[in-house]
Design a protein around this ligand. Structure first.
Ligand code: 5GP
Ligand code: ZN
Length: 140
């Protein structure tokens, strides 16, 4: 596919920005959620601060389906350690705040799939917020 000049320039600029962010903020070049956190790939954001971003899932599995991610790349639950546990905890505190802001006073579920058996498809730590209906009780 041949990109027109305008597109090419914006692509080059995005790649350059990605490289700068990668250097300064430990952004992984081939990570979808690093790119969403950096704004290189668009998303519908509902919350952001200096440490994390919350945005609507592209394929919602419940009336409210939001993902909370740290800006820093962590591979998933198995990548949480003593050094970054506070950041993961901050994401959970934000998840509770976002759930309240979304009006999920009747309840909600927080899920973080880890590894193949759990069906993790994006290897950047994320917490699903699921709510807005009675959720299946089959799992957890
Ligand atoms: P996992 O399967 O790793 O637990 O969750 C990944 C989630 O990311 C899925 O629910 C999937 O729908 C969502 N997702 C994948 N690609 C995109 C995207 O480009 N934008 C948004 N907003 N969500 C995405
Ligand atoms: Zn990442």
């Amino acid at each position: 596919m041949v990109l027109r000049n305008g597109h090419n320039r914006s692509l080059q600029s995005a790649v350059k920005n990605s490289a700068i962010l990668h250097k300064e903020c430990s952004i992984m070049e081939n990570c979808l959620f690093c790119k969403i956190a950096a704004g290189i790939i668009p998303s519908t954001r509902v919350y952001e601060d200096e440490l994390c971003v919350a945005f609507r899932d592209i394929a919602p599995q419940a009336p409210t389906h939001i993902l909370v991610i740290p800006r820093e790349h962590i591979s998933g639950m198995s990548g949480i350690n003593e050094e970054n546990a506070a950041l993961a905890g901050h994401c959970l505190a934000v998840a509770a705040k976002v759930a309240a802001a979304e009006g999920l006073e009747n309840g909600y579920r927080i899920v973080s799939n880890c590894g193949d058996d759990a069906g993790q498809t994006v290897h950047h730590l994320h917490f699903h917020i699921l709510g807005g209906k009675k959720l299946s009780l089959e799992m957890a």
